[in-house]
Ligand binder design. Structure first.
Ligand SMILES: NC(=O)c1ccc[n+]([C@@H]2O[C@H](COP(=O)([O-])OP(=O)(O)OC[C@H]3O[C@@H](n4cnc5c(N)ncnc54)[C@H](OP(=O)(O)O)[C@@H]3O)[C@@H](O)[C@H]2O)c1
Length: 409
């Protein structure tokens, strides 16, 4: 029922071969995860999943020989199966979204890396929790859209949940061990507040009027991190930090008033925890996702990640600023949804996914993103989120409404 398992359980698990299901293998997090796994012989790739990227999945299957490869797209699954047959591969190809749940809950799987982007990752991440896996959660949207249910499922299982988002992974590393258990009250452990850092994205210093003309290429060019397109746009709009405030509230069981955001352009301090006595613990490192991935894969042990070590003498100044909620209204919307609770984060997440897709397809402007989200939130009633079916319904309604708003722009 706890977020953390006893160290002995995990230490002994890491001595034998650990079977991993890597959901979202062809993405940025998926590729970084395989780079870390390739450094260590005691992790075995049991299953890889993707949506459509047959070429990369084929290369990954030939390199890591998983027992299963899942392609959500049926045509892509057929093409992959054909190519693997030609190469006499023993990997079995499964197709469709249900196959994600099959591999995430497979009895032979120990660890699930949940790195699918967006709401599509919810059923498999939830299945992994319900089947008491060690779950490495990159897919923040799953937690944002269904946080109460997700954390409820965690409390009812023997799953271990470790955050991959560099900020939450940093907070996790800075919390006292006793405070990491679900249901634990951070204030009783002397925690005063959590401070999430944010790079500020590529438009940190741009004037508000220049943001209208932003192109998808500019938005996807993050100054410090190399990431998938959706999260890159979220970072540019600062919705990523809004989603992360909600994620932190669910993961660490705190209200949004305990979560602050600081702009830190260098992305060296990944987040901080402030204690009642005035101590502030910060986790630092190169901005490289292999660090939180290696941390979570091996936790509570430490393994090589392959990331460059930090040389603070070459780093120069570390700066910290207040975020500008007027220029980046998506962060404000995220914070408000965290305060409202219930289905507000579900609606926010769905409208944001639709708005970002529409921006990336050239159908709407960068500055339309917050307007679409605010319009969707205004027109829907927030309720208590009490079942996955209800979350699905709210998600679909919010998407339909956001699409209508885009159509009428
Ligand atoms: N990238 C980072 O540095 C970073 C940092 C922190 C958190 N995260 C979070 O990690 C998650 C993944 O981010 P990413 O940057 O790795 O994304 P990405 O590069 O866009 O990769 C997304 C992965 O999900 C798969 N996918 C897409 N749509 C799918 C669907 N409908 N059903 C099943 N699989 C689908 C993709 O398969 P195809 O390749 O076949 O499309 C790909 O494997 C996101 O939730 C993000 O917020 C990422």
């Amino acid at each position: 029922m706890a977020m953390t398992a006893s160290p002995t359980t995990l230490q002994s698990a890491s001595r034998r071969s650990v079977n991993i299901a890597l959901l979202g293998a062809t993405g940025s997090i998926g590729k970084s995860t395989l780079e870390v796994i390739a450094l260590h012989s005691d992790y075995r790739v049991f299953a890889l999943t993707a949506n459509q990227n047959v070429e990369l999945m084929l290369a990954q299957c030939l390199r890591f020989s998983p027992r299963f490869a899942v392609m959500v797209d049926e045509g892509a699954a057929e093409r992959l199966a054909h190519m693997l047959r030609l190469r006499h591969s023993a990997t079995e190809v499964l197709a469709g979204p249900d196959a994600l749940v099959t591999v995430a809950s497979h009895p032979d799987v120990d660890t699930v890396m949940a790195a699918i982007v967006g709401a599509a990752g919810l059923p498999s991440a939830l299945a992994a929790v319900e089947h008491s896996k060690k779950v490495l959660l990159a897919n923040k949207e799953a937690l944002v859209m269904a946080g109460d249910l997700f954390m409820g499922a965690l409390a009812a299982s023997n799953a271990v949940l470790l955050p991959i988002d560099s900020e939450h992974n940093a907070v996790f590393q800075c919390l006292p061990p006793g405070a990491r258990d679900i249901g634990g009250d951070l204030r009783q452990q002397g925690v005063r507040r959590i401070v999430l850092t944010a790079s500020g994205g590529p438009f940190r210093e741009w004037p508000a009027e220049a943001l209208h003309a932003v192109t998808p290429e500019q938005a996807c060019k993050h100054p410090n991190w190399s990431m998938g397109r959706k999260i890159s746009v979220d970072s540019a709009s600062m919705m990523n930090k809004g989603l992360e405030v909600i994620e932190a509230c669910f993961l660490f069981g705190v209200g949004p008033q305990f979560v602050d955001v600081l702009i830190h352009p260098q992305s060296i301090v990944h987040s901080m925890v402030e204690y009642a006595d005035g101590s502030v613990l910060a986790q630092m490192g190169s901005p490289d996702m292999r660090i939180p991935i290696a941390h979570s894969l091996a936790w509570p042990e430490r393994i090589l990640s392959g990331a460059p070590y930090l040389d603070l003498t070459k780093q120069g100044n570390l700066q910290f600023f207040e975020p500008d909620l007027a220029r980046f209204p998506c962060l404000r919307l995220g914070m408000e949804a965290a305060r409202t609770g219930g289905t507000a984060p579900t609606i926010l997440n769905a409208a944001n996914e639709v708005a970002v897709e529409s921006f990336l397809n050239g159908q709407s402007r960068f500055t339309d993103i917050p307007a679409i989200i605010a319009g969707t939130l205004e027109q829907m009633t927030c309720r208590k989120a009490d079942s996955v079916d209800m979350i699905r319904q709210v998600d679909e309604q919010a998407r339909a409404l956001a699409r209508r708003l885009i159509g009428t722009q």
